[in-house]
Design a protein around this ligand. Structure first.
Ligand code: CTP
Length: 401
C-alpha cells in the first residue's frame, strides 16, 4: 500500500514513544521507506537502536554524527527526501516549538526545512492537553495545513483519565494510507452529465438556441470526477473547457444528437445528471438552402424534440440514479415537483430565474433540491463549483443508503 513512499517519522518526548516502534513496523511492512528523527526528549524513553532496527535506516537525533570529526547530519536533505513527515508522539513541548518556529534541536531543524505535508499525533497528560496554550498551538499548526490526529480519551500514564492518549499506531497507519490513497466515494462509479444548450438547425446558417453557458453541468462533471467517478460529459456548443483525466467530453449540437449519445451511455451509467437546457421544439424540417427573406411575418413550423430526461427515466433501473434540473419563472415548486414525477427522477434541482445570480450564464447559482414525497432543501447563493459540491454530496448520500 505504501510501496515507494518516503516517510520521515519524528518521535518526541512522551511515554507513547514506545508505540511509535509499532507504527514504524506497520509502515515498513506495507512497503514504505522510513527514516526516524528523535528529539532529545524521545531518547529518554526509547533507544535509537529500536528504531534503526525496525526502520533498517540510521536514526538521527543530533546535528553531528561524530563531534570529533565534525561529520554532520544534513537536516535539509533529510527534510526534502520525505513525501510525508509524521510526528508521533507529538509532545506539548515540540508542539509549542512548531507553533512558534523555535529551532533549538535537530528534529525542529528538519521540521522547519520540510516542504512535504506534516501529520501529527499529539500525546500528553489531560490537563496539559486542555491548557489554553496547547489548544492555541494546535489551532496554529492546523492553520499551517498540518493534519492533526486528535488524541483519544483513556487512561493516561499519570493515572489520570481523559483526553491525551496518542492515537493508536494502527489508526495513525490508516491515516497515512488514506493520505496517499484517499478513499474517493464515487470510485468505480460511472456518471453521465448533460450540459449547455442544444442548437436546432433552421437552415445551413441559422439555428434556434438558448443562453445556457454549460457552467453548471461542467462544474458537476468536474466535481463527480474529483470524487472518483468516471464521467462522460455530453455538451452542446459552449465556450467552457474541461481538463480532467476522468472526464470524457462529447460535443453535440442538437437535442437528437444529445439523445443518441445519452441512449448509448445511460445503460452503464450509475449516476446521470441532466443539466442541459434542451430545446423543447425544433424546426419541422431543415431547409437545405439558406432561407431567403420574403414576407413581413414569417412563421416556422416546429415539432417537439425528444424529452431526453423522460426517455431515460422510463429506462431507469433500480440501481441507477437520475437527476434533473428545473428552470422556472413561476409556480416554481409545483412545476418542479411535476417534472420530478413525470421524468422519474431521484431528485430535481430547482433554479428560479426570480433569484438574482441564479440560472443561465452566471458564475453563481441558488438551488432548491426536491425529492419525491415533498421533501425539499434550500441552499444559499453560491459559486457554481460549490453548488456542484452540494449536489454531488446528496448523490453520495443516496448511494450510501
Ligand atoms: N430535458 C431533457 N430533454 C428535453 C427537455 C428537458 O432532457 N427535451 C431535461 C432538462 O435537462 C432538465 C429537465 O428535463 O433536467 C427539465 O427541463 P426544463 O426545460 O426545466 O423542463 P421541460 O420538461 O422542458 O418543461 P418546460 O420547458 O415546459 O418547463
Amino acid at each position: 500500500m505504501l510501496k515507494g513512499k518516503k516517510i520521515l517519522l519524528g518521535v518526541t518526548g512522551s511515554i507513547a514513544a514506545y508505540k511509535s516502534a509499532f507504527l514504524t513496523r506497520l509502515l515498513i511492512q506495507s512497503g514504505a521507506e522510513v527514516k526516524v528523527v528523535m528529539s532529545p526528549g524521545a531518547l529518554e524513553f526509547v533507544t535509537p537502536l529500536t528504531f534503526s532496527t525496525l526502520s533498517k535506516n540510521p536514526v538521527f537525533s543530533d546535528f553531528t554524527q561524530n563531534k570529533d570529526s565534525g561529520e554532520w547530519n544534513h537536516h535539509v536533505d533529510l527534510a526534502l527526501w520525505a513525501d510525508l513527515m509524521v510526528l508521533a508522539p507529538l509532545s506539548a513541548d515540540t508542539l509549542s516549538k512548531m507553533a512558534s518556529a523555535q529551532c533549538d534541536n535537530f528534529l525542529m531543524a528538519v521540521y522547519m526545512s520540510a516542504k512535504c505535508p506534516v501529520m501529527v499525533a499529539p500525546a500528553m497528560d489531560r490537563d496539559m492537553f486542555l491548557h489554553p496554550g496547547t489548544l492555541e498551538n494546535l489551532r496554529k499548526i492546523r492553520s499551517f495545513g498540518h493534519i492533526i490526529l486528535s488524541p483519544q480519551e483513556g487512561e493516561l500514564a499519570s493515572g489520570l483519565s481523559g483526553k491525551g492518549r496518542m492515537e493508536e499506531p494502527e489508526e495513525i497507519f490508516a491515516a497515512v494510507v488514506n493520505f496517499f490513497h484517499p478513499v474517493l466515494p464515487l470510485k468505480g462509479k460511472k456518471a453521465l452529465v448533460t450540459a449547455g444548450p442544444t442548437f436546432e438547425k433552421i437552415d445551413p446558417v441559422r439555428f434556434i438556441g438558448n443562453f445556457s453557458s454549460g457552467k453548471m453541468g461542467f462544474a458537476l462533471a468536474l466535481e463527480l470526477a474529483n470524487k472518483g467517478a468516471d464521467v462522460t460529459l455530453v455538451a452542446g456548443l459552449v465556450k467552457e473547457t474541461i481538463s480532467h483525466p476522468m472526464v470524457k467530453l462529447k460535443k453535440v449540437m442538437s437535442a437528437d444528437e444529445m439523445f443518441e449519445v445519452c441512449k448509448t451511455e445511460f445503460d452503464h451509467s450509475d449516476i446521470t445528471i441532466m443539466a442541459a437546457a434542451v430545446a423543447d421544439y425544433k424546426p419541422a424540417s431543415i431547409a437545405p438552402e439558406k432561407v431567403k427573406k420574403k414576407e413581413e411575418l414569417w412563421s416556422l413550423p416546429m415539432v417537439k424534440t425528444v424529452d431526453i430526461a423522460s426517455s431515460l427515466g422510463a429506462m431507469k433501473r433500480q440501481d441507477q440514479i437520475l437527476i434533473g434540473f428545473a428552470l422556472e419563472t413561476e409556480d416554481e415548486l409545483k412545476n418542479a415537483e411535476k417534472k420530478l414525477e413525470k421524468k422519474n427522477l431521484d431528485f430535481i434541482v430547482l433554479n428560479s430565474l426570480k433569484d438574482e445570480g441564479a440560472g443561465f450564464g452566471t458564475d453563481t447559482n441558488k438551488i432548491t433540491l426536491i425529492w419525491p414525497g415533498n421533501k425539499s432543501k434550500e441552499f444559499g447563493l453560491k459559486a457554481k463549483s460549490k453548488v456542484a459540491e452540494d449536489i454531488v454530496q446528496e448523490i453520495c448520500q443516496l448511494i450510501e443508503k
